[in-house]
Design a protein around this ligand. Structure first.
Ligand SMILES: [Zn+2]
Ligand SMILES: [Zn+2]
Length: 234
């Protein structure tokens, strides 16, 4: 478990995570909010962290999903059953989470049989469907920023009280700042445009779906990355 601020923790510790390891964030308020749930098989780890932070499972009020991919929604069904939390996601990703649209499996992975167990989502209803600009009443107000490109309904979460932005898979920080894999990304040029939009914001901390958070002057780093992207993609 790693502490990012006194109100934001992550399950993996701050030693670093890679593409095959997904970050799960916990927001501590009067109740608890979990952001993303990782690949299947991490329910007991998440429950341990909840208890370690001094909360009970019934204190988990919300589970927010930055997008529908199974490396972020793998433990959603079980966690929802254990906690009774509200499931929150963007309107455009809800059909995939609810099983009304199939999850596209990247071509490159179809030959790997072992991936099939990862690729079997458990459909679940989304209780709160959010849109760009919505504010969730957690930690003084979390602003939803619609950042499509990786998936149609990808969202970033801006938490002014903590000077922090949680951006899911918009950018990864595995070894260095990088774009998400093209295999998993619906529209890479839209993705790059949205990174430029995020780079115009001011925030001190940025938390990724994969890789270490940046905990100081993060918007400057994202800005530099966005300038590099412009150079190579235009
Ligand atoms: Zn993803
Ligand atoms: Zn991911």
């Amino acid at each position: 478990m790693g502490k990012i601020t006194s109100h934001i923790y992550m399950t993996n510790g701050l030693r670093g995570t890679g593409v095959l390891s997904t970050n799960i964030y916990l927001l501590l308020d009067t109740k608890l909010t979990i952001i993303n749930t990782g690949y299947k098989g991490r329910v007991s780890q998440i429950c341990r962290v909840v208890k370690k932070l001094g909360y009970s499972l019934s204190d988990v009020e919300n589970i927010i999903l930055t997008h529908y991919h199974i490396d972020h929604t793998g433990n959603l069904l079980k966690l929802r059953q254990l906690t009774g939390a509200n499931v929150i996601a963007h309107t455009d990703d809800a059909p995939y989470i609810e099983g009304r649209l199939p999850h596209p499996c990247p071509k490159a992975l179809r030959q790997f049989k072992f991936m099939k167990c990862f690729w079997s989502p458990d459909p679940i209803d989304v209780d709160v469907k959010v849109e760009d600009g919505d504010i969730l009443p957690v930690l003084g107000g979390i602003k939803i920023i619609h950042t499509p490109g990786h998936t149609l309904g990808s969202i970033s979460l801006y938490i002014p009280q903590e000077d922090a932005l949680i951006i899911g898979d918009l950018v990864a920080n595995t070894y260095k700042l990088s774009l998400p894999s093209g295999e998993f990304t619906v529209n890479i040029s839209q993705e790059i445009r949205l990174i430029q939009k995020i780079a115009d914001m001011e925030f001190n901390i940025v938390c990724f779906g994969h890789g270490l958070p940046l905990i100081k002057n993060a918007s400057d780093r994202i800005e530099e990355f966005s300038v590099r992207l412009k150079k190579y993609h235009y």
